[in-house]
Design a protein around this ligand. Structure first.
Ligand SMILES: NC(=O)c1ccc[n+]([C@@H]2O[C@H](COP(=O)([O-])OP(=O)(O)OC[C@H]3O[C@@H](n4cnc5c(N)ncnc54)[C@H](O)[C@@H]3O)[C@@H](O)[C@H]2O)c1
Length: 247
């Protein structure tokens, strides 16, 4: 059987790394992409030590050129591309009134524009391989969430990208889906804190009643959706949020 090839962004740590491990465990060869060079190399070395094939591609994906180059690197390294997982993401807590133009532009570039440019470059290869794409959203794509307005906007944009691409590619042999996690204890949630004067009762409304998930729990959902077992899953927004968006 031909070995499947997956490009995973955000693969240096957190959910992206767990997805890379999950897909390597399914026998995929990987192009692992991240802006953090050292942890990305560590992540790849660990995958190779476990018997996988992984090439580290260090890149800041916030430009179209960098996204195209990442897809080209995957195809150059492994000869094909079957799976694209857009897991890289950037989150900042701030009062809406204090969001800088630079922060807004960066969040949109990484969370919404990069997945589009990666998809644009990858889709001809994914169609040729009869492959698929998974975009990592967030519960905040659905719920009003205070102090993370640009982040929520970027994830809602990615939700619409998933559905719109799924419609545009309905007639072609490719599947396009998204997974929307709730809270996970990863770098993204450890490195930013709500404003000191935030209304914590408002934040608690989207914190959920169950404990945060491990990245591996969410990666398992991504692993299923990318697998042949999910052959009828297309245009789906699959929540993995411990029930936060249930009501
Ligand atoms: N942790 C949570 O509670 C949570 C909840 C819902 C959704 N998510 C989403 O899950 C995904 C993974 O996040 P995580 O929780 O593992 O956080 P994380 O910060 O550990 O991982 C995000 C990765 O994206 C990479 N990245 C950021 N900007 C980049 C850029 N410009 N170019 C290349 N790589 C870049 C980071 O270096 C990092 O390795 C994100 O899309 C995030 O929005 C996280």
């Amino acid at each position: 059987m031909t070995q499947r090839v997956a490009l995973v962004t955000g693969a240096a740590r957190g959910l992206g790394r767990a997805i890379a491990e999950e897909l390597a465990g399914q026998g995929c060869a990987l192009l692992a992409v991240d802006v953090l060079a050292e942890p990305l190399h560590e992540s790849c070395v660990a995958l190779v030590a476990a018997g996988g094939r992984c090439i580290a591609h260090v890149a800041d994906i916030s430009t179209r050129a960098a996204c195209i180059a990442a897809v080209e690197a995957a195809v150059a390294a492994h000869g094909r591309l079957d799976v694209l997982v857009n897991a890289a993401g950037l989150m900042r807590f701030h009062h809406a009134g204090e969001v800088s133009e630079a922060d807004f532009a960066k969040i949109m570039a990484v969370n919404a524009a990069a997945p589009f440019w990666l998809a644009q470059a990858a889709l001809p290869h994914l169609v040729a391989a009869r492959g698929n794409m998974v975009n990592v959203l967030s519960q905040s794509a659905f719920l009003g969430a205070p102090y993370i307005v640009p982040y929520s906007m970027s994830k809602a944009a990615l939700l619409q990208m998933t559905k719109s691409l799924a419609m545009e590619y309905m007639g072609q042999p490719v599947r396009i889906n998204a997974v929307a996690p709730g809270a996970m204890l990863t770098g993204i949630s450890n490195e930013t804190r709500p404003p000191a004067d935030a209304d914590f009762a408002a934040i608690k409304r989207y914190s959920g009643a169950r404990p945060p998930a491990s990245p591996a729990e969410v990666a398992a959902v991504v692993g299923f959706i990318t697998s042949a077992a999910a052959s009828n899953v297309h245009g789906a927004i699959w929540t993995a949020d411990g029930g936060v968006t249930a009501g």
